[in-house]
Write a protein that binds this ligand. Sequence first.
Ligand code: AR6
Length: 179
Amino acid sequence: MEPERLTRRAGDGRITLRRADITTMAVDAVVNAANASLAGGGGVDGAMHRAAGPDLMRELRERYRGCPTGSAVITSAGRLPARHVVHAVGPRWRDGDHGEPALLASAYRSAFALASEHSCATVAAPSISTGIYGFPIELAAPIAIGAADEALAHPGTTLCEITFALFSDADLEVFARAL
Ligand code: AR6
């Protein structure tokens, strides 16, 4: 069966929503929801490291010493079908009064900017921070879509399509409303 799929134009490109496992996506860059120590973990991060194999962690250790919340780093993608992995660090939700929305926007913005610096046309991202980090997805979805709109409208961007790979029908519905 075709996965449920939604799309709309944004700048000269498009934003697409899919219910999908991001580790299976053959795009130029997949975004990982990492932590500030880049140490691996559960959720998307665990799935990505398992699917990519040990080269992913080896490269992270060799090239980087962590990554501040709200920013991102890039590596190759090991055995994943993507070309690059952009490891973006979203905020842990506290109460919304600790800059969480701005940090989430910044994590997406950094991830998309890095992908464009590496000449990527197609990028897939998960819903950063809305799993283990507890960011309410109703608040996160418009921030994610807004950052994608901004990236695709940026003069000189190489990005053509940003796909959000949502892990459940419920998450897909929330993103569809925001789109
Ligand atoms: N494909 C797409 N989405 C997924 C996948 C997948 N394979 N697996 C989970 N999701 P989370 P966070 C969804 O917890 O909240 C790790 O330990 C999941 O259902 O992966 O940013 C890191 O190392 C949820 O909607 O990321 C950090 O310590 C979304 O992806 C911490 O978790 C994000 O959930 C980061 O927490």
